[in-house]
Structures are given as C-alpha cells and as structure tokens.
Design a protein around this ligand. Structure first.
Ligand SMILES: [Zn+2]
Length: 384
C-alpha cells in the first residue's frame, strides 16, 4: 500500500511525508476514521514510507526490498496487532492469525471489523487485544530492528485492547524504544483510555469526496456510469462500503445501505433529495425493486421484534442491527401496521406494471408522514 493508492486525504499524506523529510516524526500516532475508511491503509502506507530505502518526495518507491516486503505485510520490523479471538488457545495473539490477516488485507485494504471477525470465525464471538499481546510486543522491543531502520508497530482497532493490554502498551508509549514508531488505528476514538490519547498524535482520516470516490471506482471496477454514480452517492465517502457494493454479485447494489439511506431521507423529509433518490432507484429492474420492498418489509418486522420481541428472534447482521437500534424507535404500534400495508400495496402495484416512479414517490411521501407523526420525541437518534 502506497500513499498514491489511497484516494483523498492528501493533506494527511503531505503532513506525514513532510514529518519524515524533516525528521520530526512523532513516536506515537493515532489514525481515527470510520470502520471501512482508509485509516488502516494509511497506517500501512506510512509504515512503508518510513522503511523505504529509496524514498521519493511524497511516496515510497515501491521497488526496494523493504517496499516489496511491506507490500506483502512481511517486513520483519513491522509488527501488526489486531483483534483476535479464542479458539487457537485461551490467550491468543496476532502472530497466531498473521497469515489470515495478510490474505485479508491483500484482498481488501479498507476493511470492516465485522469482515475480519468473520474471517477468523468470530462473527458471533468477542474479539479483543489481550494482555499477552502487549507482553509479546514488549519482548520484541528488546531486540534490535532487523534491518536497521525504523521499527513500526501498527495496532488496528486499538480500542479493542483489554485494560491490562492498554496499560502495558502505555508503558511502551511512555518510554518508547529507540527508532520505534507506534501507529494506533481506531474507529472508536472515545473508547480509548485518556492516558493513551494524551500520548499519541491524533490524525483524522476523513471520508473521501465524490470526485475522489468516482475516480477510484472508475480505476478499480468496471461499472456502468449510472451504477458507479449510485455507489458513489450511497457509500458516503466510505471506501469499504463502496467496494462491498461493487463486489456484490447477486444484486446490482446491496439492499441494506439503499434502504437505510431511503429511510433517512424520508424521515428528514428532504423532498428534493428524495426525488433524486427515486430517479436513481427506478433505474433498477422491476424484480430488484420488488426484492427491495420485501427487504423493507423484513426490516420493519425486525424493528418490531427489536421493540417488542425476544432478541433471539432477531435475524440481522451486525451492521443491520446497528441501524435497527436507531430506526426501531420510529416503528411503533401506532404506525407499523400502516407502513406494512403501504409496502404491500406498493409491491402489488409494481407487480401490476404501474409506473415505478409514481409508486415510489407516493410510498415515500406516505412514509414521510407515517415516520414523523408518531415519533416527535425521538427525532434525535436517527440522524446520528
Ligand atoms: Zn522503497
């Protein structure tokens, strides 16, 4: 991963390369960005830049032996730490999962934590960075770097550190070994200990703008223009999400983000935005539109289960569950039945070849009213 392979965040890349050029590198960094953002890729590119033997002004050379090892995540002076799970022993460490992690990162360098959890068979289990990890790290710090340049420790999802692990790491941050750079990466900055936060130089990795996203998708995926633009709009600058949508082979776009954005716009009653959403949506085929309505019915029922039923009946993935938590308060005993009826009626109209644009505009406007009238006290959470 080079800086040049990461779209956007040019100011961050510039700051990092200037710091290296002027030899003013902080020994502990924290890269904060959403799950699925380029926060981890940025840490990787920075590590590569630090170890490159033929550094260019703003990027690593990509050709030297250090760069080649970095590209395979096999540089001996780069220590990767990430959340793991039990199964390979009671005190698992990242080294036990490094092969999995390499293939995971080489496949998709803008990852979601949930995808990693699934990769290591922990979709429904706790993942964590345990105290044994920090002890092992401390031992590694005693040895000299193999290649004489920087030693780099990258800790992905640093907020998953158990408290004893974080406290041990803190000792390393307080008395950093020579020529050692720590790069912590997180999507949940507020879950990190204040004592850690006070020891690191924090950098925000932003969502990327539409133009950068469009260029990235254009370079990396073969998509029709309309599909590319839809993914660009729906992914809201999150690379991991955009890639997921591009890779979704079964559906032209993944239904969950499409449904979630529709509900947000409807609730906010942003009519021009709603109109644009519908213009874009009706380009989908009729069968996909029907599937979408069925998905909507499924989500409304899941919200009812969330509100009133036992949690073991919930059939959602983690991302959907997190949306459901925010959305469920707007589905209540007063409006659920009407919303379900509206969805079923729209489904019937589409089956009977009605104009899908009119059906969806009509349905959306009804939802605007249904979602808002019953939920005035709960407006806050859906926009968060
Ligand atoms: Zn190089």
């Amino acid at each position: 991963m080079n800086f040049g392979q990461i779209p956007g965040n040019n100011n961050v890349k510039k700051q990092l390369s200037l710091a290296v050029e002027h030899d003013r590198i902080s020994h502990a960094h924290l890269f904060c960005g959403d799950d699925g953002s380029s926060n981890l890729a940025m840490a990787w590119a920075f590590a590569k830049y630090l170890s490159c033997q033929d550094r260019k002004e703003s990027d690593s050379c990509g050709q030297c032996s250090a760069c080649l090892k970095q590209s395979k995540l096999s540089h001996p002076d780069v220590h990767w730490v990430f959340p793991v799970t039990t199964g390979k022993g009671a005190n698992p460490t990242s080294d036990m999962f490094i092969e999995d992690f390499r293939s995971f990162m080489l496949e998709q360098p803008f990852p979601y934590e949930l995808d990693w959890n699934q990769k290591i068979g922990a979709a429904n289990k706790q993942v964590f960075i345990g105290v044994k990890e920090s002890s092992e790290l401390a031992k590694k710090m005693i040895l000299k770097p193999y290649e004489g340049s920087y030693r780099i420790v990258i800790i992905w999802q640093a907020h998953k550190m158990h408290a004893p692990a974080a406290n041990k790491l803190l000792k390393l941050l307080e008395e950093p070994p020579e020529k050692t750079i720590f790069i912590l990466v997180t999507s949940e900055k507020d879950q990190l200990l204040d004592t850690i936060l006070s020891r690191v130089q924090s950098t925000d990795i932003s969502a990327i703008n539409d133009q950068d996203m469009n260029n990235y998708l254009n370079l990396n995926f073969e998509l029709e223009t309309s599909k590319r633009e839809r993914i660009m709009l729906l992914s809201s600058g999150n690379l991991g999400q955009a890639i997921k949508m591009c890779q979704d082979q079964d559906r032209s776009v993944s239904l969950a983000p499409l449904f979630q954005s529709w509900m947000r716009i409807s609730y906010a009653a942003k009519i021009p935005e709603l109109s644009r959403w519908i213009d874009s949506f009706v380009k989908l085929g009729r069968e996909e539109q029907k599937e979408f309505i069925q998905y909507g019915l499924h989500m409304v029922r899941e919200c009812l289960v969330y509100n009133f039923g036992p949690s073991q009946l919930q059939r959602l993935n983690d991302q959907e569950l997190s949306f459901c938590k925010k959305f469920a308060p707007f589905i209540n005993e007063n409006n659920a039945e009407s919303i379900i009826e509206e969805f079923e009626s729209a489904f019937a109209h589409i089956t009977r070849n009605a104009s899908t644009k009119i059906v969806f505009m009509d349905l959306s406007l009804r939802l605007v009213l249904l979602l808002r009238t019953k939920s005035l006290t709960l407006q806050k959470s859906i926009n968060q």
